[in-house]
Design a protein around this ligand. Sequence first.
Ligand code: GAR
Length: 206
Amino acid sequence: MKRLVILISGRGSNMEAILRSDLPVVVAAVISNEPDARGLEIARAHGIATAVVPHRSYPDREAFERALAEAIDRHAPDLVVLAGFMRVLTAGFVQRYRGRLVNIHPSLLPAFPGLHTHRRVLEAGVRIHGCTVHYVTESLDHGPIIIQAAVPVLPDDDEERLAARVLAQEHRIYPQAIRWIVEGRLRLVEGRVEVAGAKVPSGVLC
Ligand code: GAR
């Protein structure tokens, strides 16, 4: 079975959705950069090994990432899953895990990269929002898209209601993306992801 390491920084609800998804994988470890991340407790309750690599204890990003890579590599993962991991990664780190590093982002990329996506979506008045699972490349919140899910933005939405609607879809598409990866169904063709045998082109769910 393929081995996963999941990186978190907080609540860990995407991590939990993955743990509950009955995927044919071994979650070898959950690693957080935040010692108080609630997701760590959830992981431990599932019997998963946890580790903390506190970024504030390192003099610079490179030193932090060296320690992080060491903690990851100890578990020899086939796939490194960023699930609400809120540190920007250097090109060197991304290259080390090229092709086996995935992320979930709460917007329909390439729209709304970065932070506070739900607030910015409401401010922009867009009518359709969603979430994206993608391979990680050197540029923040970019990289070949594996799967997306769209949700409507409703007239009486506030940030919280919209975030909850998107999060429910995140919990659906992240396990789906990982399933495709571990089943070997994804192929990168000219920088885009092809999904063998998917019922919809390029893995869009609505
Ligand atoms: C999720 O909404 C995830 O998409 C987002 O952080 C949240 C983490 O929640 N990630 C990013 O914004 C990364 N750019 P969780 O800890 O409950 O999974």
